[in-house]
Write a protein that binds this ligand. Structure first.
Ligand code: NDP
Length: 373
């Protein structure tokens, strides 16, 4: 009763604050947890000023709770340009050699690691040792062993570790999660995840085993792995997987081009997924239950996400993913807010355990049992 009263009070306040949005929209925003409450800002240093780091910085301009206050970069020219673009003082700028000194900087609460995959472990652990909360891009690390080390280091340093799972805050995604949780789809029987794109430049770090840790699975296939878990609402107990490679010149040993994998869930549901670096137009989730279905296409791109269920089209409003993500992460770190779909280090670690199992299933041709709980 109390929570309903709180909800109605918040809704009334929201109507006053956003008079142009319908009550339904506000109710939906409230249900999906993306209406950010006031509070102290999370002051963030972005590490790795590349393509995604730039996207996050732009999105943060519209944040209510998160603020870009620092950078860590190996490229002095980028530092200079970010300083003037985002009004960042020189004392909040670091490189990879000296960023441990961020420890003494009271203007930075968290470091957002947006460097190539193989660097996440070292960068996150150093940020944690400097006493800063860590937000780390996906995949959190190269494998579960590294991921566990990051979780342990953040625990030891008493800082939070979050993974940049932006879809966990996306309104249409969360509406499907709500429907599934409330039984509107019935017993969940099947999930299909298609994640892929045709990758360009063969010289990029995403195609080197040393920096990427693998191929499409680490980069884009992880969306289907993670999506299968939050769509089905259970942790998989087995994995089977098959790899195909049409271009061994471009996709060197250890860099997967295409992997199909299947996940089995304790309730009996099965997921069938495709991860690839050699096909476009592959961004689709489909969830089937005994009473209904839900589908998203595109499912994980930058949006707008489109989707429908057996009840009709999903109409939740599009919001820039990284803006909601950073506001919500500020609330998680600063206020202890719980995400509807977790974004903590344990969540990232589970995906890494599944990735390890998929590569093992490819290598052995056998079904691999999983124990995630
Ligand atoms: P980019 O190559 O565009 O940027 C990576 C940046 O990391 C570089 O610009 C550089 O910044 C820094 N860096 C440090 N060391 C190296 C190195 N040895 N080689 C290359 N770059 C280095 O990559 P993205 O921004 O696309 O990806 C970065 C991370 O973000 C990846 O883990 C990726 O999976 C993730 N990502 C997540 C997305 C999402 O939607 N959640 C979308 C896209 C990427 P500087 O010069 O400042 O040091």
């Amino acid at each position: 009763m109390n929570s309903r009263r709180n909800f109605l009070q918040k809704l009334a306040a929201s109507v006053a604050a956003f008079p142009l949005l319908s009550v339904e929209t506000l109710a939906s925003i409230e249900q999906t947890g993306s209406l950010v409450q006031d509070g102290p800002p999370l002051r963030v240093a972005i590490m790795g000023l590349g393509s995604y780091g730039t996207r996050v910085a732009e999105a943060m301009k519209d944040c209510k709770r998160a603020r870009l206050t620092g950078v860590v970069s190996g490229t002095p020219a980028k530092i200079t340009s970010w300083q003037s673009k985002y009004n960042i003082p020189a004392k909040n700028c670091y490189n990879y050699e000296n960023f441990d000194r961020i420890k003494d900087n009271p203007d930075i609460d968290a470091v957002y690691v947006i460097t190539p995959n193989a660097l996440h472990r070292e960068h996150a652990i150093r940020a944690a040792k400097a006493g800063k909360h860590v937000i780390c891009e996906k995949p959190m690390a190269l494998n579960a062993k590294e991921g566990q080390e990051m979780v342990d280091a953040c625990k030891k340093a008493n800082v939070k570790l979050l993974v940049g799972y932006r879809m966990h805050f996306e309104p249409k995604t969360l509406e499907i999660v709500r429907m599934r949780k409330e039984g509107e789809l019935g017993k969940i029987l099947f999930f299909q995840g298609l994640s892929g794109f045709a990758i360009g430049d063969p010289g990029q770090w995403r195609l080197t085993k040393e920096l990427a840790g693998g191929g499409a699975l680490m980069d884009i296939g992880i969306y289907s792995i993670n999506g299968a878990r939050y769509m089905v609402g259970e942790e998989p107990v087995w994995v089977t997987a098959q790899e195909t490679k049409t271009d061994p010149q471009k996709f060197k040993p250890g860099v997967d081009e295409t992997i199909q994998f299947q996940l089995g869930f304790p309730g009996g549901a099965v997921a069938s997924c495709l991860s690839t670096y050699s096909m476009n137009n592959l961004d689709r989730f489909f969830l089937n239950g005994s009473k209904g279905f839900a589908e998203l296409q595109p499912a994980t791109g930058y949006g707008p996400i489109k989707g429908r269920t057996n009840k009709g089209e999903l109409t939740q409003p599009h919001m820039t993913h990284q803006t909601i993500q950073m506001d919500e992460m500020a609330a998680i770190i600063m206020d202890g807010k719980q995400a509807v779909v977790p974004v903590d280090g344990e969540e990232g670690l589970r995906d890494l355990k599944i990735i390890d199992a998929i590569y093992k299933a490819v290598a052995t041709g056998k079904k691999v049992e999983l124990k995630l709980l």
